[in-house]
Design a protein around this ligand. Structure first.
Ligand SMILES: C[C@@](O)(CCOP(=O)(O)O)CC(=O)O
Length: 368
């Protein structure tokens, strides 16, 4: 596998590579990679390929507690993927927020394939990762190194565009809209973001998820927030400025119509978000329409008995999968969500309509 990574490096980074501490692979759901992707993983495993660094995996098509129904064919396909990954030594923890437990120190190298997770550690920790495509992250995990693309160099992390955010503090939906707008307006390079105030952890997750979904950008310097932001600031003299106003953000937020379900947790929800939803729902009684919350397996465990209590209120908390990569999503015709990443992928992967709304409004829609 090392030769293969060197070959790719010849094409993309003048043959240079960087050693990595950890890898995170995406494209591990039978829904997104299908039969050929599954055979590719099985083939690698049967050749004796084994990861040489700690490697985690993105959500799968099947959640760990069986809260989402999937048909036999998908369940069997997913089991084959799980087996191939386990054989190669991948931690089959199935989470899109591995940064909850892999604490990626500043300026250490990682090969993460999930764009929102790579963008999170770049932006909020100044740990260095490019968005490596899923197969390359896996080959890199096996080899122990990846091509030295610009984001693995200080020079390649030099800001290229100044963005002034004139709206906030940003809740989860607004943070996603601001991320998407920066992505669309700046497109590539490294935005230097001034004035962004995130209300909570979920907003930070939504910001980087939307930024990296709506553009190729997986690193933003957020003034006052990104470690070493002063150093990045001094590296460059801004010429152009992009402004994100309250009107820009409001133009993206439509008044929602009828929905069959509400979805929170793309990227996976933290405990705080789950508690907030449960607090709102407890005040009103069981929701008329199901509220789905995806979390990491450890968050689900930490919640303990609350998961059953939530189920009585029609709040389905599940882990290891999400409504982006699970076929369960196809049973709905319209879903409300505060996630701009989910709003991008769910219609494209499942043909299901998505209504982006603020979290408070999403909860209202579960009763409307
Ligand atoms: C569906 C999926 O491709 C979502 C997109 O991920 P990304 O933003 O392209 O890293 C994730 C996956 O396949 O693991």
């Amino acid at each position: 596998m090392k030769e293969l990574v060197y070959k790719i490096a010849d094409a993309v980074s003048g043959g240079e590579v960087v050693p990595i501490e950890t890898a995170h692979i995406s494209g591990v759901s039978y829904i997104t990679i299908g039969e050929y992707g599954t055979q590719f993983l099985e083939h690698l495993a049967s050749l004796g390929a084994r990861v040489s660094v700690f490697t985690t995996s993105n959500p799968s098509a099947v959640d760990i507690g069986g809260a989402l129904s999937v048909d036999e064919k998908i369940a069997r396909g997913q089991e084959r993927i799980n087996k191939a990954l386990r054989t190669m030594g991948v931690s089959t923890f199935y989470s899109c927020v591995p940064y909850e437990f892999v604490l990626t120190r500043q300026r250490t190298f990682h090969a993460w394939a999930e764009s929102s997770a790579a963008a999170y550690i770049n932006t909020f920790r100044d740990a260095w990762s490019d968005k490596n495509p899923g197969p390359l992250a896996l080959l890199g995990a096996i080899a122990g190194f990846v091509p030295r693309t610009p984001l693995y160099t200080l020079e390649g992390r030099r800001p290229t565009a100044l963005v002034e955010v004139k709206v906030g503090p940003l809740g989860s939906l607004e943070a996603g809209v601001v991320g998407a707008l920066i992505g669309e307006k700046v497109g590539t390079g490294v935005p230097y973001v001034r004035g962004a105030v995130f209300k909570d952890e979920e907003s930070r997750r939504e910001f980087v998820a939307a930024l990296s979904t709506y553009s190729a950008i997986v690193f933003a310097v957020v003034e006052g927030v990104t470690p070493n932001w002063r150093e990045y600031r001094e590296m460059w003299d801004p010429t152009d400025k992009v402004v994100i106003s309250e009107e820009d953000v409001n133009a993206y937020i439509k008044e929602a119509g009828d929905v069959d379900a509400v979805y929170i947790g793309c990227p996976f929800a933290d405990v705080d978000t789950v508690l907030w939803v449960l607090g709102e729902v407890s005040k009103r009684g069981a929701a008329k329409r199901p509220i789905y919350i995806s979390t990491s397996p450890s968050t689900l465990k930490q919640l303990g008995k609350l998961v059953e209590k939530a189920a009585e209120l029609n709040v389905k908390i599940f882990a290891g999968s999400c409504l982006v990569v699970s076929p369960h999503t196809r049973r709905f015709s319209s879903i409300a969500t505060d996630s701009f990443k989910a709003a991008y992928y769910i219609p494209r992967l499942h043909g299901v309509k998505v209504v982006p709304c603020r979290r408070e409004r999403c909860i209202d829609l579960a009763y409307g």
